[in-house]
Design a protein around this ligand. Structure first.
Ligand code: FA5
Length: 339
């Protein structure tokens, strides 16, 4: 095997390439010279039969020839592709006077809109905004809220547990603790946020939003709680919508209450959505339990406070007359465009 053979192949390749008339023929050319069993590939394979002292020089010469042929092939390919494109463009006229395609503009999700409206109402009532993490510790989500380990009330929140004792917060109440740890009364905060529970039916979603509220100061009473929440409910639903406060239980508030609004689907007559009660529960509330103040070093003899946690999806359902909470999260554009 000599370098003469390489020159011979290069010469032949040059002639062959001149005769190539299309991209398909170019592919056949590539296979003939550079393919798995192509002429140059075969030459490289024959290296093992050559005198070892001549191998490096021969190998280099074959690789050089390969590169030359490859670069000519690429040139030719670009030439053919340009020809094809020019032909296509000349056949198909583009009417540049036609109007362009309109790209639809995105909008805020209805839950974002409702959340922003609710926060605005509380801003007007003098509340500040705070936020906390979605991944919480057991301490903030339960313990410091007066829910010790193995306390049956932990079952009120079907929890998604993570590793190392962490969890996805089941409510925005842990942020109450984070605020009170850092700040001294007087306090008035709302906390918008996403929360997580192992729940799934027409009024319960596994991921949903709450707006937590906390007010702590001297002489705060249940009357203040009722006054603030009534002002809020009037601002959201108007003065005519029926609402009711009813006694309830939360480990971190005493006394506790829940607030229901007349069902939007049946106007209080009773239906599948309100489980025939005529009411939809929108929030839990109460006076901060003195035990909770104990965890954050606030003197319960001096200060008192109220807290509440409202379900943003529930309020959106009542406002817009939606009878299945899961519709908010199916990403059906036909549904979402209505807002
Ligand atoms: C709580 O989460 C308490 N942290 C609320 C609270 C805060 C009470 C401060 C006292 C003081 P509850 O589990 O009831 O409470 O949830 C509050 C509201 O969230 C409910 O009234 C309801 O409107 C909404 N909610 C509860 N679970 C779901 C769910 N799976 N999907 C959608 N909304 C829900």
């Amino acid at each position: 095997m000599t370098s003469g053979k390489i020159e011979e192949i290069k010469l032949q390749a040059g002639k062959d390439l001149d005769c190539v008339k299309s991209l398909q023929e170019l592919e056949l050319f590539r296979i003939k010279y550079l393919g798995k069993n192509g002429l140059l590939t075969e030459l490289l394979k024959s290296l093992r039969n050559i005198d070892p002292s001549q191998r490096p020089a021969f190998g280099q010469a074959v690789n050089l020839a390969k590169k030359e042929i490859e670069s000519k092939l690429t040139e030719k390919k670009v030439e053919f592709e340009n020809q094809v494109l020019t032909k296509k463009l000349s056949e198909k006229e583009i009417d540049i006077t036609l109007p362009g395609k309109r790209i639809p503009r995105g909008k805020k999700h209805p839950i974002t809109v409702v959340m922003e409206d609710l926060v605005k109402i509380f801003r007007r009532l003098g509340f500040d905004i705070a936020e906390g993490p979605d991944v919480e510790t057991e301490y903030y989500n339960f313990e410091a809220l007066n829910i010790p380990k193995y306390h049956p009330s932990r079952d009120m929140w079907a929890t998604f547990w993570l590793e190392n004792g962490l969890l996805l917060r089941t409510h925005t109440s842990p942020v109450q603790i984070r605020i009170m740890e850092k700040k001294e009364p007087p306090l008035a905060f709302v906390v918008p946020g996403r929360v997580y529970r192992r729940d799934d039916d027409i009024t319960h979603s596994a991921v949903f939003h709450q707006l937590e509220g906390l007010m702590v100061d001297l002489d705060i009473t249940f009357g203040n709680l009722k006054g603030v929440l009534t002002a809020f409910l009037h601002a959201v639903f108007g003065k005519d919508k029926k609402v009711r406060f009813r006694p309830s239980y939360f480990p971190f508030t005493e006394p506790s209450a829940e607030v229901d609004v007349e069902c939007s689907s049946c106007n209080g007559k009773g239906c599948r959505l309100c489980k025939n009660t005529g009411w939809l529960e929108i929030l839990g509330a109460g006076m901060v339990d003195p035990n909770v103040f104990g965890y954050v070093d606030i003197d319960p003899e001096k200060y008192s406070g109220f807290a509440f946690g409202l379900g943003v999806e529930r309020i959106a359902m009542i406002k817009y007359g939606i009878d299945d909470i899961r519709l908010f999260y199916e990403n059906d554009l036909k549904f979402l465009r209505q807002f």
